[in-house]
Structures are given as C-alpha cells and as structure tokens.
Design a protein around this ligand. Structure first.
Ligand SMILES: *[C@@H]1O[C@H](CO)[C@@H](O)[C@H](O)[C@H]1NC(C)=O
Ligand SMILES: *[C@@H]1O[C@H](CO)[C@@H](O)[C@H](O)[C@H]1NC(C)=O
Ligand SMILES: *[C@@H]1O[C@H](CO)[C@@H](O)[C@H](O)[C@H]1NC(C)=O
Ligand SMILES: *[C@@H]1O[C@H](CO)[C@@H](O)[C@H](O)[C@H]1NC(C)=O
Ligand SMILES: *[C@@H]1O[C@H](CO)[C@@H](O)[C@H](O)[C@H]1NC(C)=O
Ligand SMILES: *[C@@H]1O[C@H](CO)[C@@H](O)[C@H](O)[C@H]1NC(C)=O
Length: 631
C-alpha cells in the first residue's frame, strides 16, 4: 500500500506540475477518453467530463451497469468451513459479508486467482490448526515448531551441481536481502539466479518472481556480456524482458530512486567511454587480451563475486561487489512476500548463500506484556472510531511495533477506538500458521478471504467499511497502513467540530488525473477510468470517513451498484463522488498534517516509518510530549 501511495504521491505531484504548467501556457488538460469507453462505463452518456456522472444520475439513471454473479473456483471451499464460523472466530468476522463481492462479474482482475490460491492456503491452514491443537494436548512432541527465522543460509544440494535451491521460509519483506558468493565457472556461458514463488496445484512450475540471467562475454571476448531480467508465470509465461545494457536512450524510469541498469557496467574499452575514469579492478586484469579486457562487467569467468539482491519498496535491486548494477520493479502478483525459494543454475560455482533481514515472528507465549498488547474487548456501545490497518501476512514486526506504540493510546486501550489489522492469506503455510497464532494472541486481526495481492486492496477498503458498520458500528472509520504512525489523540480532537456527515478527512488531492503512461505501475486505462480527472480523494496512508459514507459503500457494493477500482484511495474518492451524486452532502476536509511522504514535526500521521522509527516516535511523544520525528 505504501508503494501505491508513494507512487500516487509522485503521480499527483507530477500532475500538479503539469497543471501548473498548463495554466501558464494555456494548454487544455488532456481529455483522452474516447467517447465509447465512457459510455460503456457510465451507461449511455458519451462524455469526457466527469460532471456527467451527476447529470445522468439526476435523470435517475444508474451510472453503472449492475454486475451479475459468476462462478469462482475455490470460493465454495473457502466458505465451506462452517465449524470455524460456528466457533465464533474473531478473525473471520467479515467473511460472510464479502462473498458476493468476490463473485461479481466485474470483480477486480486478480480476484479469481486470489480466491483460488486462498482456498488452497485456507485448507492447509485448517489442517495445520488441527495438528497444532492435537500437539498442544500432547505436550511431549511439541516444539518441532519452527518460527520464521531472521536468516537462512544452507543450500540443499539437489538434482545436480548445476542447480542449487535455498528455501525462504516466510517470504521477503522490505530490506530483506539475499547474498550469493560465486565464481562463474565457464561450463556454460551463462548462469541464472531466480526468485521463485510457490507452486500451485496444477501448475507445471512455480512462478518466477525475478529471473536473472547473466551472459558472460563470448569465447573470443568479442560478444558483449549482458544481463536479462524477467518474470514467468504459469498463466502468462515469460513477461517482457529487461536487458542490461539496454542500448536505448537512458530511461527516466527509476525503481526506489535507482536506475534500472548501470550502463557503465558493460561499456568496453573499445567504446566511447574510454576517457571516463574507471575504478581499477585488479580482479579483471587476468582476462586474456580480448576487446572486453578491463570492462566493467561485474561477472568474469574465474573471478569470485558477491552479489546481493535486496528488496526495496518498489522492487528488487542488485549490488555486485558493492556497486549497484540493476533494479527491477515488482510486477503485478509477483510481490516480494510471495518469494519462497532462490534457485541458482548454470555455469556458476556457488560458494555461499545467505538470506537475511527476513520477516521474524515472535513467540507470543514468551511476550511478557501480551495482556497490554491484546485488543481490549469491544463493548456493546458504538465505537467512536474503527482504525483499519492494511497489513500483509509476514509483516510481523510492523504489527508488533504498532501494538507497542500508538495502539497504546488511552482511547484505544479503553475500547473507544478499535484498531484492527486487515490481512489477506499468504501463500506460505508457515506464515499463515504464525498469523493465526498472532490473531489468537492479540485478537486484533481480520483475515481476508483472498491472497494478499496489491491489486485487491480495494476489497479491504470495503471490508473496513463492513467492520465499522455491521460488526462493530463506529462513528468514524479510519484507514491506515502498517508503516504509518497515527496520533490517535490528535485525530480525535481534530474530529471534534468537524461535520459528522459525509466526511472525508485526510490529505486530499482535489485535482489529479489518471496515469496514462503504460509503463507506469499506476497506469489506469480508459476502461478503468475514462475521464481526464479523478474526483477528490484522500491519500491512502491515513484518511477518515464518517459512518454514513461507510454504510453507503457497503450497501451499494452488496447491490453491485458501485464500480470496483484497484487504487484503494482513489476508489474511496470515486465512491464518495457517487454518494454526493445521489444528493448527499459531502464535506471534504484536507489537513496537511497527514504526511504522506514521511515525517515532519507536528504530524498527525507520519508515513514510511520502520518498526524502529514507530517505537522511537512513541517514546518521544511519551517523554517529550512533542510530535517530533526520529530521523
Ligand atoms: C464539464 O462539463 C460542464 C457542463 O457540462 C462544463 O461546464 C465544464 O466546463 C466541463 N469541464 C471540462 C473540464 O470540460
Ligand atoms: C501423543 O503422543 C503419542 C506418543 O508420542 C502418540 O502416539 C499420540 O498419537 C499423540 N497424540 C496426539 C493427539 O497427537
Ligand atoms: C540465459 O541466456 C543465455 C544467453 O542468452 C541463453 O542461451 C539461455 O537460454 C538463457 N537461460 C535461461 C534459463 O533463460
Ligand atoms: C571465435 O574464434 C574462433 C576461432 O578462434 C572463430 O572461428 C570464431 O568465428 C570466433 N567467434 C567470433 C564470434 O568472433
Ligand atoms: C572525453 O571527455 C571529454 C570531456 O571530458 C568529452 O568532451 C569527450 O567527448 C570524451 N570523449 C569520448 C570519446 O567520450
Ligand atoms: C591468470 O590465469 C592463469 C590461467 O588462466 C592462472 O594460472 C593464473 O594464476 C592467473 N593469475 C592471476 C593473478 O590470477
């Protein structure tokens, strides 16, 4: 979510620039919407202008064709476990209200996959829970129990000396890294390093989250060495190859601020960069006399290298011998959390492999202050506010930090404000087991009936609306992320005196446009949004809506009356626009103390805060009674 909102901020900033610019030189804002797709989208009123949403609704027409329901593989299995529901399980409260959302004909594109995979994961989890219960009865043979470890380093040699596998037990998170020390051995001119996801029943091969294929210089040192990065999935096969060096004009695209390819790396001594001073590389001096002698290519036959893949917010990065070489933006559905193995194959002698910075789960039996961290019982009376925190299965540490920090505000401990984590199922069974234990220990987790793909997070937005209206009715509903620090007391006092109806409160973007750049991660095509502009929306790391809006969202979605849209925070803006179009009053209240891009003093909300920073902010508030940042 962080990724999305970070990117959205960039998009928005870019749009602001564009609009500034266009107002100076009097260029009309682009209206790229062909009439037909607009008509398709909102009934039969061709338009390129969003005021028509209002017009068509004033005439009493549905702006949007109702969806119908379709069969979804695995959905029945997922919802068949009645015993679990009967046990009144606290982690599944919204499930019964979400089923129709998942079988809509106009569901978000990855829904079918997310549900199918969740049904498999769920079945595994149920049998693991049963086993867990059995072994608890039988204290003796307990503690085979492996938690998720911080690092792993042994390679199980399998198949042949040309292929090595390292298991990543609980997926990767931000700042996880995998370091490989190896020597290209010349048995083959190329070697491959792959990050693999988990294989689903019926798939021939596991998905490849990142395929990294290194081609060394040709036999006579005449062929240029290169690296190819790509992805592979069972349903789509190979994706679009990214080659480095690309020999294209340098692209402005960056991942986490890093270039896609260090073009310097492959410049040979025969090329124009002759007079660019290069670090002298002693290691390379023994390459015999070819055109690539002295080249900066990081991999050379017979020379050991240390390659480190690390996970950023937006993608994977590779550093070889301390120098950044390549970056690769995560592709849809192929997110770092889903990585379960590293495979190394081809002409490489691997000396060692170490994955560290992995997600660590705590042993909750050993947590001394569990009582102070456990969600307080929700009383019968209406909550003042529900805070829905979007999180992902293996973000154990982030959740623990929030529990020890801003979830300790008096308003939360007293039960006036309830905080719940909304988490999709993970593809890795160990993560799901840890998640289940965590849910039982703290009672603040709501699992989602789908696997946690980014493209499905708008469903969580509906889930928090359901929770805050049907499960534990609340006056306000707040959405935030697990890397945000929320000053609950400030939010509450700021809400006093604000309208209680039709409220959207947060950092609001009033004038923004869809990203029409196909290469962009936030690309939205005309079918998804045909208009030049978005309605006002509040940035995802923290916004608050009033109960009437949440009720409208739940009801309209259940009736199939609202469009699903994959950018969660923009989706909320779109739904609120439609609420307004039905004649309801909407109050947009923007507040720039909701810092979308980090932390600033006197924040109400700070974003991109690591667990360490979250705890530090809390300590500062306790000791200095001041909202100051920690970096
Ligand atoms: C949208 O349409 C309304 C009336 O139909 C018009 O007043 C307004 O100028 C239009 N806006 C744009 C951006 O085209
Ligand atoms: C308990 O342990 C015994 C011996 O190890 C085993 O035979 C039995 O099946 C176990 N019971 C359960 C419920 O796991
Ligand atoms: C890696 O690249 C080499 C050279 O381009 C090619 O021959 C080989 O098939 C590739 N291997 C894989 C597994 O893609
Ligand atoms: C490499 O060298 C061999 C003989 O030394 C020659 O036959 C071959 O054509 C050369 N290949 C290239 C790509 O220059
Ligand atoms: C060498 O560097 C100079 C400036 O430092 C530049 O003008 C020239 O184009 C460079 N030559 C080559 C071959 O890159
Ligand atoms: C250079 O390579 C030769 C054979 O390829 C090897 O015998 C020698 O030890 C190498 N020298 C160094 C300094 O690595």
């Amino acid at each position: 979510m962080k990724k999305w909102s970070g990117g959205l901020l960039i998009v928005v900033l870019a749009m602001i620039l564009v609009f500034r610019y266009s107002s100076i030189v009097k260029i009309e804002p682009p209206t790229q919407a062909p009439k037909q797709s607009a008509a398709e989208f909102f009934g039969n009123h061709p338009t390129t202008n969003d005021s028509v949403i209002v017009d068509s609704e004033k005439k009493g027409e549905k702006p949007y064709k109702k969806s119908h329901f379709v069969e979804v593989d695995g959905l029945d299995d997922l919802f068949a476990s009645h015993d679990i529901f009967k046990e009144g399980l606290r982690a599944l409260l919204v499930w019964p209200h979400m089923r129709t959302l998942l079988s809509r004909s106009d569901a978000l594109p990855e829904t079918a996959k997310g549900v199918k995979e969740a049904s498999v994961a769920w079945k595994d989890l149920l049998s693991a829970i049963d086993k867990d219960k059995a072994s608890k009865l039988n204290k003796s043979d307990n503690e085979e129990d492996k938690n998720c470890p911080f690092s792993v380093s042994t390679f199980d040699k399998i198949e042949s000396r040309y292929e090595n596998i390292l298991d990543i037990p609980c997926g990767l998170i931000d700042d996880s890294s995998i370091s490989l020390v190896g020597i290209p051995n010349g048995h083959s001119r190329s070697f491959q390093i792959q990050l693999l996801g988990s294989q689903l029943l019926g798939e021939s091969e596991p998905p490849i989250v990142l395929h990294y294929n290194v081609s060394l210089p040709g036999d006579n040192m005449t062929q240029e060495p290169f690296v190819v990065q790509n992805t592979w999935t069972h349903e789509l096969g190979w994706g679009k190859e990214e080659r480095c060096p690309s020999h294209r004009s340098p692209s402005n695209l960056k991942v986490d601020g890093l270039v896609l390819c260090n073009e310097q790396a492959v410049r040979s001594s025969s090329e124009e960069s002759l007079n660019v001073s290069r670090p002298s590389r002693d290691m390379l001096t023994n390459v015999s006399g070819g055109a690539y002698e002295g080249s900066n290519f990081p991999f050379v036959e017979g020379n050991p290298f240390t390659a480190t893949f690390w996970v950023g917010l937006e993608g994977f990065h590779l550093t070889v011998n301390g120098r950044h070489e390549t970056s690769f933006a995560c592709r849809e559905k192929l997110e770092p959390w889903s990585v379960s193995k590293v495979r190394v194959a081809g002409g490489l002698d691997l000396l060692s492999a170490l994955a560290k910075g992995l997600p660590v789960s705590e042993d909750h039996d050993l947590v001394v202050d569990v009582e102070h961290l456990r969600a307080p019982p929700t009383s019968k009376r209406r909550l003042l506010m529900l805070v829905g925190v979007f999180s992902t299965g293996n973000n154990f540490e982030r959740r623990m930090a929030l529990r020890r920090a801003w979830m300790q505000y008096k308003a939360v401990r007293s039960g006036d404000v309830a905080v719940r984590f909304f988490i999709g199922l993970h593809k890795n069974s160990q993560v799901n087991i840890e998640l289940w234990r965590e849910a039982e220990a703290y009672g603040d987790i709501q699992l989602m009936p789908f696997v946690d793909y980014y493209s499905l997070i708008s469903l969580k937005t509906i889930a928090i609306s359901i929770f805050g209206t049907k499960i534990h009715p609340a006056k306000y509903i707040m959405k935030t992320d697990d890397d945000a620090f929320v000053r609950i007391d400030e939010v509450i006092s700021s809400l006093k005196g604000k309208p209680t109806k039709g409220l959207l409160y947060g950092l609001i973007s009033f004038e923004s446009s869809p990203d029409r750049d196909k290469g962009s991660k936030w690309f939205i095509d005309n079918r998804e949004w045909p208009y030049a502009m978005y309605p006002p929306w509040a940035h995802g790391p923290g916004y608050i809506i009033s109960r009437d809006i949440a009720k409208f969202i739940v009801r309209s979605h259940q009736e199939g009356d609202l469009k699903l849209f994959k950018l969660e925070d923009v989706a909320m803006g779109i739904w609120i626009q439609q609420f307004k179009n039905r004649g309801q009053e909407v109050n947009y209240v923007t507040d720039d103390r909701f810092y979308n891009a980090g932390c600033e003093a006197n924040y109400i909300l700070a974003h991109y805060q690591s667990p360490r920073l979250v705890l530090c902010l809390w300590e500062k508030l306790q000791k200095e009674h001041e909202a100051v940042c920690c970096e």
